[in-house]
Design a protein around this ligand. Structure first.
Ligand code: BDR
Ligand code: CA
Length: 316
């Protein structure tokens, strides 16, 4: 079977953790590298979490450290959603892998060149590392098959009324990425909020996923408890949607649209403005905007993949 060569850039993050857990058990995917960025929590935690998660799920690939702050603005983290250190207060065994000193953007570029255009970029945190890579290596897009990112929305926001977290954390970086020649699929809140888990679903994960499933349940519980205080009864699996879209596109519906990132608006700073619902369209429809997921199918596949952890206590 031809496997997708995938680079994952993340900011774990409880749903980033779920994505890494899926990646390790999807035979269609070969993870060639992982990078961490500041986002949900500080870089020192996202980097540590990414390293520990990779080791925990048996992904034997280098994990690189990326940007510790957005390009321009001050970082505003999401600790209320992900806990102080990013995994809902849960701790993992420390990875024994060597510390990587090469910056994420250099490592990503080298991996892309080596892949000769095959690499798929999965970005599930703020886009700072990718913007830095594009600035330093303007020829990067020619070595990349496609970018699938979690971020933005064609309608509502979650961090402000207009903006989604990954984009508003670093809107200037997102603008660089959306203005690049990369082939982009955007999984924003429109679709990822549909990929949600209720309390019963978390219990199910703990039952079917062995020790890993219990870890995931416990870390997601912090998010769900916080969301309950807002009157919501489910936690969205934002980040896992990217990998599922790559391997199971038939589970989703998408539309090409023009997308630009607002970097000046007072109320709309960090919004991904799309021309999906307007009479006047942007000159170019540059992004595959994913809008719907079949929730029943999502639950089935998500449970099937995490169920693979039942046999082994963790990754291997
Ligand atoms: C996105 O922001 C983060 O909190 C999640 O990990 C996800 O990537 C959702 O808005
Ligand atoms: Ca994330």
């Amino acid at each position: 079977m031809a496997r997708y060569k995938v680079w994952i850039d993340c900011d774990p993050g409880v749903d980033d953790a779920a994505a890494l857990m899926l990646a390790a058990k999807m035979p269609e995917i070969e993870v060639v590298g992982i990078s961490a960025t500041a986002g949900n929590v500080e870089l020192k935690y996202t980097y540590r979490n990414a390293r520990n998660l990779a080791a925990y799920v048996g992904l034997d690939v280098p994990v690189y450290k990326g940007a510790n702050a957005p390009l321009i603005r001050k970082p505003v983290y999401a600790k209320e959603v992900h806990g102080k250190t990013g995994l809902g207060g849960e701790a993992l065994p420390m990875s024994a892998a060597p510390d990587m000193t090469k910056p994420a953007w250099d490592a990503l570029y080298e991996a892309a060149v080596k892949s000769q255009g095959e690499i798929v970029l999965i970005f599930i945190g703020p886009l700072t590392n990718l913007a830095l890579a594009l600035r330093k290596y303007p020829d990067l897009p020619q070595y990349v098959s496609r970018l699938i990112l979690m971020g933005g929305s064609s309608s509502f926001g979650n961090t402000t009324s207009a903006a989604e977290f990954n984009i508003v954390f670093d809107p200037e970086a997102a603008a660089v990425v959306f203005e690049s020649d990369l082939t982009i699929s955007m999984l924003g809140l429109d679709v990822t909020m549909q990929a949600s888990l209720k309390q019963d679903d978390l219990e199910m994960l703990a039952r079917i996923g062995g020790e890993t499933g219990r870890f995931l349940k416990d870390s997601l519980q912090v998010s769900l408890n916080w969301l309950k205080t807002l009157g919501l009864d489910a936690v969205a699996m934002h980040d896992p949607c990217t990998l599922l879209y790559l391997v199971y596109p038939a589970m989703f519906k998408s539309e090409m649209a023009g997308v630009k990132v607002e970097t000046r608006g007072e109320l709309t700073y960090g919004k991904t403005v799309t021309d999906l619902y307007s009479d006047t369209r942007f000159p170019v429809q540059n992004v595959d905007v994913v809008l719907e997921i079949d929730h029943a199918e999502f639950m089935k596949v998500f449970a099937e993949i995490l169920g693979k952890y039942k046999e082994s206590s963790h990754g291997a």
